[in-house]
Design a protein around this ligand. Structure first.
Ligand code: NAD
Length: 297
């Protein structure tokens, strides 16, 4: 399968598209996502250096001959860290992996006059390979000098999605902030209701188990990362407040036992999903069959 072929390619290394590149310096390279990208660059034959939080006293030395600098530090520190990168070689590519894009991209363009590109890998460090994973990217400056990088990411298996930083951050309001926040609240609710998790699971059909897994996996990850993502913009908070308001309005239907309004609203959403409703029913049946197979293994 495709997944297996990428995995085996991973062991033996990847084709190197820019063999003459000077060292790649990953700021935050000892962290989760930075570490993953360090391994991928190394597997492709690039010379990789890590610049960790304790390394700033020798930063000039690490950065002096950098061919590319990739910033992967906690979101709330990102712009301050980028501001310290004012001394890069003119032709050095400056990139970042931050989950938000407008602020970091602006900061990179301000501090560096050479090529700049913003990347957002839409996955965490727990993936086995980049096959079928999406990386969103925002052009910053001199795109011709980092086309090879975009192609290198594709060689690793990623599929690339070009978007403006503003549109990206708007999209993430729904895709990340609202979704993570509703998972967070659902988890909080479960913890306070305190049902017996094992009993819940034993009563669960595959779809509820999958839903529990989607919520539970959040809490196996870094609280700071999710706090930063959810609170990264006022738009996120405004979106979450609109959701909260709709939740309240929907509860009014329940309070008044108003099944008529419920059915009208149901029809409105069904209409909005259009053909996708049927597609999603079929797609989820396939996913559930797979989930079912793997939990009974
Ligand atoms: P992490 O905490 O695992 O890694 C961050 C690293 O930065 C740590 O090693 C930390 O010591 C280091 N660091 C802190 N301050 C520093 C400084 N001043 N100079 C140099 N290094 C410093 O976090 P992570 O999950 O790898 O996230 C890093 C970036 O990746 C974030 O911008 C995040 O938005 C992005 N990202 C993460 C995920 C994910 O699921 N983890 C997914 C997509 C994007």
């Amino acid at each position: 399968t495709m997944r297996e072929s990428y995995a085996s390619e991973n062991d033996s290394g990847f084709k190197c598209l820019k063999p003459d590149l000077r060292p790649v310096v990953v700021v935050g390279g000892y962290g989760q996502l930075g570490g993953l990208f360090c391994r991928l660059f190394e597997l492709s034959g690039y010379e990789v250096r890590k610049l960790g939080s304790q390394d700033w006293d020798r930063a000039d030395e690490l950065l002096a001959d950098a061919g590319m600098v990739v910033v992967s530090v906690p979101i709330n520190l990102t712009e301050a860290v980028i501001a310290k990168l004012g001394n890069l070689p003119e032709d050095c590519i400056l990139a970042d992996l931050t989950s938000v894009k407008s602020g970091p991209l602006q900061a990179m363009l301000e501090v560096h006059n050479g090529p700049v590109v913003g990347l957002h890998p839409m996955f965490g460090p727990d993936i086995a390979s980049l096959a079928k994973q999406v990386i969103a990217y925002c052009d910053g400056r001199n795109p011709e000098s980092y086309q090879w990088l975009l192609e290198q990411l594709q060689i690793w298996g990623a599929s690339l999605n070009r978007i403006s930083a503003i549109e990206h951050d708007q999209g993430m309001t729904l895709i990340q902030a609202l979704r993570h926040f509703t998972s967070f609240v659902y988890g909080l609710h479960l913890a306070e209701e305190d049902p017996k998790l094992e009993q819940l699971l034993s009563l669960s059909s595959p779809i509820y188990r999958l839903e529990l897994a989607m919520v539970g996996r959040l809490f196996a990850q870094d609280a700071q990362l999710y706090a930063d993502i959810i609170m990264s913009s006022p738009q996120n908070l405004a979106m979450i407040k609109r959701f909260h308001q709709r939740f309240g309005e929907a509860i009014e239907m329940l309070d008044s036992q108003d099944k008529q309004t419920f059915k009208q609203a149901f029809g409105q959403v069904e209409h909005w999903f259009g053909d996708y409703a049927q597609h999603f029913l079929i797609e989820s049946q396939g996913l559930l069959r797979q989930a079912n197979d793997s939990t009974h293994r």
